[in-house]
Design a protein around this ligand. Structure first.
Ligand SMILES: Cc1ncc(C[n+]2csc(CCOP(=O)(O)OP(=O)(O)O)c2C)c(N)n1
Length: 441
């Protein structure tokens, strides 16, 4: 038992010392939380990971510093003093190509939604480097849990334009068989899990996989992507703590793009962004210029090495900007006007032009090559679109399958009612049903 005596705290481990302690009253101090310190200038508590300084200076701590932003390429596309480029020409051009392909796909699919040919779309405009630079730094068997703005990660891992189009058109050829909203891609064959709408569910799942990889002795990791808004979910706090305490081989890739639909980050959090939270939970964390492909790539590669070599989680926060609307269901001009996105589109600030300046400066890329890449991608999208629109939808009955091995009674009832309804109004459905694959039975 220890005692607080008036304003003085008596510490009696080994030699006697008196430490003045403001505001203490005479009371018992429970043993498990008692001071165990034996060193002269510090104390160890059961709840402390390292020895802490004892102080009589009562001070409430708050963050006074802002974590720095790691950057390699300046807005002129040149390396900042002391930096070296972390990749060679071939890799640089490969990543740049993926970013441009994403931009072209985004532009066409966004307008397709406006024409009513797809029901919904979300662009990655402004965040292309975050998706491409991270995935390029991973090994192909690292498993990825995306949010929904990671087309760059899918494309750079080899997801084809045909797969993009078929998913957005909801045709039978895509793994979700048209039952998900557009942009909810999935490619288990390339170790990318399905995009899911409920925010942040993907983050604890990646942590679980990363934990399994570590205890199974596998040199790979579980990487999750999420936005600054998703980081406000309880699942995020749970995931960070599990990852840090259990030592999961998990990578946390945060795209901090300033907005969660209409909520700006100033209303999202009062602390120093997301990377600081990684530190608070006890993991290595870095904040990166998310518009700088080279910085994103190098930070992600280093984080990945740490993760699999040391068996620990790492948090990477990429500071970027969502230049488009949240989705085709949103009108961002209503809450942030039109000037802010224009400013953020500045040459050399946004990621594609910054990388183009870098490539041009080194003589690794030309305007002609750029034009040809954009044209070829456009043609590929249009031809996949023509082919995709000619494909059938999955059979109607598929809507009731693949979740339950034995469908529960309410689902069986709904299935029966659906087919009875179709049968009753057959003439009205005939034309429409011709676009669906026939029923299997
Ligand atoms: C659990 C949950 N809550 C709310 C939503 C609605 N919602 C969809 S996207 C979104 C904003 C997410 O913002 P952020 O994570 O920053 O990603 P960004 O869209 O900026 O890429 C919200 C609130 C949801 N899908 N799931």
């Amino acid at each position: 038992m220890r005692q607080y005596v008036g304003r003085t705290f008596a510490l009696g481990v080994g030699r006697r010392r008196l430490v003045p302690y403001v505001g203490c009253h005479l009371k018992e101090f429970p043993r498990p939380a008692s001071l165990l310190g034996s060193k002269r200038h510090g104390a160890q508590f059961a709840g402390l990971r390292t020895e802490a300084e004892l102080t009589s200076d009562m001070k409430f701590e708050s963050a006074t510093t802002t974590m720095p932003v790691f950057r390699l390429l300046g807005e002129d596309g040149r390396l900042v003093p002391g930096a070296t480029l972390p990749f060679e020409q071939e890799e640089a051009v490969g990543m740049y190509t993926s970013m441009v392909r994403v931009a072209v796909i985004d532009q066409i699919l966004n307008s397709l939604q406006r024409q009513g040919r797809i029901s919904f779309y979300m662009t990655s405009t402004g965040e292309e480097a975050a998706g491409v630079g991270t995935i390029a730094a991973l090994s192909p068997d690292d498993v990825v849990w995306p949010q929904y703005r990671e087309l760059g990660a899918f494309i750079h891992r080899g997801f084809t334009i045909e797969q993009v189009i078929d998913q957005c058109l909801g045709r039978h050829t895509e793994p979700g068989k048209g039952r998900q909203m557009p942009v909810h891609y999935c490619d288990a064959g390339k170790s990318i899990q399905a995009v899911t709408s409920p925010l942040t569910t993907q983050v604890p799942q990646a942590v679980g996989a990363g934990y399994a990889f570590r205890i199974g002795g596998e040199r790979r990791c579980g990487a999750s992507y999420f936005g600054d808004g998703a980081a406000s979910e309880g699942d995020f706090a749970v995931a960070l703590n599990f990852a840090a305490t259990l030592k999961s081989q998990a990578l946390f890739f945060c795209r901090n793009n300033g907005w969660a639909i209409s909520t700006p980050t100033k209303d999202q959090y009062a602390g120093d962004g997301i990377a600081a939270r990684g530190i608070a939970y006890g993991m290595n964390s870095i904040r990166v210029d998310g518009n700088d492909l080279a910085a994103v790539y190098l930070a992600s590669k280093t984080a990945r090495d740490m993760c699999v070599n040391e068996g620990i989680p790492v948090c990477v926060e990429m500071m970027t900007y969502r230049r488009g609307h949240h989705s085709t269901s949103d009108d961002a001009t209503r809450y942030r006007g039109g000037q802010e996105p224009k400013t953020q589109a500045r040459l050399g600030l946004e990621p594609i032009s910054r990388m183009l300046l870098c490539l041009r400066d080194r003589g690794w890329w030309s305007d002609e090559a750029d034009e040809a890449l954009r044209e070829a991608t456009k043609e590929e999208v249009m031809s996949a679109l023509r082919a995709g629109e000619a494909k059938l939808y999955a059979p109607v009955s598929d809507m009731f399958e693949d979740v339950w091995k034995i469908p529960p009674p309410h689902l069986q009832r709904q299935r029966q009612e659906c087919f009875e309804h179709i049968e009753r109004h057959k003439p009205k459905y005939e034309e429409h049903l011709a676009k669906f694959q026939p029923e299997k039975h």
